[in-house]
Design a protein around this ligand. Structure first.
Ligand SMILES: *[C@@H]1O[C@H](CO)[C@@H](O)[C@H](O)[C@H]1NC(C)=O
Ligand SMILES: *[C@@H]1O[C@H](CO)[C@@H](O)[C@H](O)[C@H]1NC(C)=O
Length: 356
């Protein structure tokens, strides 16, 4: 036996009999100890050992075995225990791979006088994964998408994590859309099953003026979506961003008013504007122009930024005898250029204003 390490680690099948115990052979390479796989969440029965350590020196004297390392002498203490004189290793308690995937213990044999009988031997246990964790969604900030966006516009991406073993089906998540709120029965969005990317389904489906925000509920199923996979859900808010798809409209086609002779720098009248786009934005703010009847620069027009009204100002005194009747053409548009074909006709609202 000289020249060979005498400490032997035997791996024994669970519930094994003597016949199923592999017999180590006396070749140096045979002392390399294979990793033993253990099941996660499994209740190993108390009477069944999972391994055996043994030194050949037990032929001459009684040996006392101990285990060192995390899981034995260090936390979690005594999860693995060795029967002192037989060298049989037992496990006390269930294993959680997500807590610890590998245990590397050191087996020690001593004589009864306390001195070490052998060099130490590592025992390695790997915990096999069980699919015991559901997908957990990572919170995402609200997404934004412009109304009138084309089909396949990427809206956002939502993903989930899964604590089970990486790169295996236990953590392979398939995504699906389970709910869109509000909904009139038409699905506006779809999700890429593998990536979690959310896209717009068809073009011109969103209209901020009708609905400015949606809540989508997404389901993640591990086992790549197979029946029986664990599931988790997450939500994402989608905000519809305004575009200038509504033209400003005046409340009348024609206005009339009177002005006082020989006055100037006074407000003559106001034009009320209706615009369905988002208030206080360039898509809503009105810009007025006098397009006819003001060749002499008698009037000016500006916008009240608070009310969006057009304010017609008399800049120069008018001689009533010369011009008893004045007709002005006024057009209104927005600060932002018009896109799409929302409400309104022609190039913005227009009106005639007569002053006399
Ligand atoms: C302990 O006992 C063993 C076996 O009997 C012996 O070989 C060894 O020398 C002893 N050690 C001491 C320190 O007494
Ligand atoms: C999983 O696979 C990816 C890509 O193939 C690799 O980068 C990563 O290291 C793997 N992770 C594990 C834990 O094996």
């Amino acid at each position: 036996m000289e020249g060979f390490p005498a400490m032997v680690l035997l791996f024994v099948m669970l519930g094994g009999t003597a016949a199923s115990v592999p017999q180590p052979r006396r070749h140096k390479r045979d002392w390399l100890i294979p990793t033993k796989k253990l099941k996660e969440n499994f209740e190993y029965s108390r009477g069944t050992y999972i391994a055996k350590i043994r030194s050949d020196k037990d032929e001459d004297a009684t040996l006392y075995y101990t285990l060192l390392g995390p899981g034995a002498s260090e936390p979690p203490v005594n999860l693995f225990v060795v029967e002192e004189t037989s060298g049989l290793v037992y496990i006390r308690g269930k294993l959680d791979r997500e807590e610890r995937e590998t245990y590397i213990l050191t087996g020690v044999a001593r004589f009864n006088n306390g001195s070490g009988a052998e060099s130490r031997i590592d025992l390695r246990f790997d915990v096999e994964d069980e699919n015991d964790n559901p997908p957990v969604f990572v919170p995402v900030p609200p997404a934004t998408v412009k109304e009138s966006s084309p089909a396949w516009t990427l809206v956002s991406r939502i993903t989930a994590t899964d604590a089970d073993k990486a790169n295996c089906s236990h953590s392979k998540i398939a995504y699906s859309m389970v709910k869109q709120e509000p909904s009139d029965g038409t699905d506006l969005f779809f999700i890429d099953r593998q990536t979690g990317s959310i896209y717009l389904k068809k073009e011109n489906m969103l209209d901020r003026e009708t609905q400015s925000s949606y809540i989508l509920t997404i389901k993640g199923t591990d086992m790549n979506g197979a029946p029986g996979g664990n599931t988790g859900t997450g939500t994402i808010q989608v905000k519809v961003v305004d575009v200038n798809d509504n033209k400003p409209m005046l409340d009348k086609d024609e206005y009339s008013c009177s002005i006082v002779e020989n006055t100037a720098n006074v407000e003559v009248m106001r034009f009320k504007v209706l615009d369905a786009d988002e208030e206080k934005t360039d898509n809503w703010l009105a810009v007025f122009d006098i397009v006819s009847g003001n060749e002499l620069g008698t009037f000016s027009i500006k916008t009240d930024p608070k009310t969006n009204e057009g304010i017609l100002m008399l800049e120069k005194p008018v001689d009533f005898e010369e011009t008893p009747d004045i007709k002005l053409g006024v057009v209104v548009s927005n600060v932002a250029p018009f896109v799409g074909d929302g409400g309104g006709a022609g190039a913005g609202g227009g009106a005639g204003a007569g002053a006399g």
